[in-house]
Design a protein around this ligand. Sequence first.
Ligand SMILES: Cc1cc2nc3c(=O)[nH]c(=O)nc-3n(C[C@H](O)[C@H](O)[C@H](O)COP(=O)(O)OP(=O)(O)OC[C@H]3O[C@@H](n4cnc5c(N)ncnc54)[C@H](O)[C@@H]3O)c2cc1C
Ligand code: SF4
Ligand code: SF4
Ligand code: SF4
Length: 601
Amino acid sequence: MSVALERQHAGGVQPATSEVVYSEDARDVGWVARNIPCQHACPASTDVPAYIRAIAEGRHGDAYEINREANVLPGVLGRICSRPCEAACRHGWPGNGESVGICNLKRSAADLKQAGHRITERLYGPTGKRVAIVGAGPAGVAAAHDLSMLGHEVSLFERESQPGGMLRYGIPDFRLPRDILQVELRNALRLGVLLYLDHAVGKGSGRPLADLLRDYDAVLLAAGCMAPLPLPLQGEWKGRDPADVCPDVEHGLPFLMALHRGDTKTVRRRVAVVGAGFTALDCARVAARLGAQEVIIHIRTAEEYIPVTKEEIFEAKREGIRIRGLRTPVGIELDAGGRLTGVRFVQNRLGGWREGGRRVAIPIAGSEFVEPCDTLLIAIGQKTVNDFLDVAVELDRWQNVRIGADGMTSVPGLFAAGDYVTGPATVIEAIARGRESATKLDAWLMGRPRRKRVVKIVPVAQPLRERQFDFIARQEMPTAALAERNQSRTLEVELGLGAAGSAAEARRCYLCNLRYQIDVDRCIYCRACMDVAPRACIKLVSGVDVAADGSTETLREAKEWNQVGAIWIDNNECIRCGACFKACPVQCISITRNEFAEVDL
Ligand SMILES: Cc1cc2nc3c(=O)[nH]c(=O)nc-3n(C[C@H](O)[C@H](O)[C@H](O)COP(=O)(O)OP(=O)(O)OC[C@H]3O[C@@H](n4cnc5c(N)ncnc54)[C@H](O)[C@@H]3O)c2cc1C
Ligand code: SF4
Ligand code: SF4
Ligand code: SF4
């Protein structure tokens, strides 16, 4: 579809100068989805530019609230989020420098909000409906938060003695201090959620799932994904789990969970960790803190394909942990007393690409070798456990529970979310899926959806940033001294950006939610804007094609003057510097802030 060129507005609603407009036009929705890459990449659709702007203006409490609306646990995510937003950030695009420290700023919002900050939540009246949730990890907690806000009575059943799931029992304190976790969980569950700790649900627990389905209007399973995958060894070890026979071999996740339940765990002098995810990195860093003199992480492919943040790899290496790539374990070596002396590996070479951006590792025949070690921690992944189910629920061929578009399993009134459905994922994905599930569960309980997403368009009087902000360097996260880290398992490594560092980092953000547009009726085609533009962001076009669903906007650039239909700001190229706005002699360039908003139906 081509849009009329009398003014640059590919969307359906053009606000008058001072009016706030709420639009459901697909082209406005499409503009926000296309033009705010960080928000689009965030599974929970966090309004990143809005909270970064609040930090730049010193409104840290507001920044915290904007985060809480989308991702429920900002103080947690600001420390350990997998940061898909930063990989997408426009500031990190080729030629633009480094991405904005979005995650570090989320932490700043939580750290710097005033002690007297008041949480504001939109509350709905009581519905009289009762919902049970199984599992108090991030997915269950996020769903409990939303469902309680929507007026339902929520009971959250957790088999451990504390809530938090992998946030408490997987991730170590030096990455996520427990007092921070405690505050964030309390904030999330404060709207009257009934939390039942030490309450396992399902077979053999005394609280069958069938009873919950009978006693509650709906049940949500958010039981995580915690069964460690065994090492697929060869030769004499084929089909056997060395953790069953050797006291020096353990699976990484139960090792971390036992430690975080308060058990005493030890490692010997030379520790080998196999695996390449969060659990492997955490096992290695914990082993160093437990006194190991040598810790090596062995991976099948190469370091650049490890699916954890580059900051975590950097800190692990600074702590003396080594990463050795292109090797797959095929056996273990024991001495006469049954104690571990080494791991037998085969050397790999890199093959093609696998789904999800990973590389294939191809073993090289005859290349086996032994790495000496005396503790082995296995952290190659997890699968879901379904043996607690006492009702027949349909599973897929990977034994994950199957849910429909309505979020429900094959059992009426039984919903599922988080790692329990997706397999091992990330905290932000678990929160996003928990929230999505709460919305669907609410619609099912109430017989209709109660909220919808629209685009709020707010006129902005003038540019909110200066061109020189583009040259501010990314602020480095201060960290604890290396010499102190191994003194305590709980000493937090990352220390926060502080007020000055946060303000500087926040100024780097382009504020991609600002939409610059030229009123073609008033433009005199002097091209002063093009002269000051820092890049090819303003174009002479013969036409513009916008998909009916708003998903694409294609500019047809004019080659000759007689083909020019309009002068157009390419918002994909625009870095919101404000130079054109200031240079225009007839003030025909306008700015609006376009953002998603949830409204009642
Ligand atoms: C060591 C480790 C480090 C990680 N680091 C990161 C990181 O830095 N960043 C990141 O984004 N992600 C990280 N992850 C992944 C992330 O923690 C998970 O994706 C996320 O916690 C999944 O949330 P969830 O709520 O679906 O499940 P979980 O967090 O696993 O919670 C499930 C909860 O259900 C409870 N439960 C299970 N069965 C029952 C039952 N029958 N009755 C009652 N309760 C039950 C469990 O006790 C648990 O509390 C890490 C994971 C691990 C293991
Ligand atoms: S520059 Fe700011 S708004 Fe734009 S993608 Fe990066 S963090 Fe998001
Ligand atoms: S604000 Fe104007 S000059 Fe600056 S990048 Fe955007 S279109 Fe170009
Ligand atoms: S400076 Fe203003 S009047 Fe001149 S070409 Fe640009 S938008 Fe049009």
